[in-house]
Design a protein. Structure first.
Length: 218
């Protein structure tokens, strides 16, 4: 719930209701004669398909995800620092978007107050404020600029930084035990080279599949 009383949009990482239903495991009736436990409450692993991966990607680079970041003070500050350092041309755009969000919230608040004023019988409810068409079009162009360039650049930077830091800790033996189990799933096949050395040699490679590739032999 936001400060103005309106419901906050769902997180980009929230699962839909239909997905929750798919994760519900059926139970086994008592006395069925099966060797399985009477009630198996462990849900099956989520199914991964092309469709839900594409859907997640769309939500990942969406206005809802941008607003989710901006509602969190720490995340908003990190996003702002990234723009100031790497995408300075978008820093003013972010400022304008934040101002338009405040203006739209003020309009919604004014109309919410007006809605509680009894209207003349037979007439529609009072409208205290409306949004100018040019302002709305400008706001739309502003957020499109952020979602099309600034947000993807920021999220890509965060993911690359996280993966790089995790791999470096694994190579140097400083990773936490739980991360040692997660690192093999960062990618099925990957390698790290050292461009500072002659011929840019491979200094680290994923186990298993990488050495099975024909190009890795010899």
């Amino acid at each position: 719930m936001s400060a103005d009383g309106s419901a906050s949009p769902p997180s980009v990482f929230d699962q839909g209701e239909e997905q929750t239903e798919q994760l519900t495991a059926p139970t086994t009736a008592l006395g069925s004669g099966s060797d399985e436990p009477s009630y198996d409450l462990k849900p099956p692993p989520p199914s991964i398909s092309h469709d839900n991966v594409e859907s997640l990607a769309l939500r990942f680079f969406s206005v809802d995800h941008l607003d989710l970041i901006l509602r969190d003070h720490a995340l908003a500050a990190r996003f702002t620092r990234f723009l100031n350092q790497y995408r300075a041309q978008h820093a003013p755009t972010l400022g304008r978007y934040m101002e338009t969000k405040k203006a739209m919230a003020a309009i919604e608040y004014a109309n919410a107050l007006a809605d509680h004023i009894p209207a003349t019988p037979g007439h529609p409810p009072y409208i205290a404020a409306t949004m100018d068409d040019r302002f709305e079009a400008k706001s739309k162009r502003t957020v499109e600029t952020l979602v099309e360039d600034a947000l993807p650049a920021y999220l890509t930077h965060r993911l690359v930084t996280l993966v790089t830091d995790t791999l470096v800790k694994d190579i140097t033996g400083n990773s936490a035990p739980i991360m040692r189990e997660l690192i093999p799933s960062l990618a099925e096949v990957y390698c790290v080279t050292d461009p500072s050395l002659p011929d840019n040699p491979i200094v680290y490679a994923s186990e298993g599949e990488f050495f099975n590739l024909p190009s890795a032999v010899g």
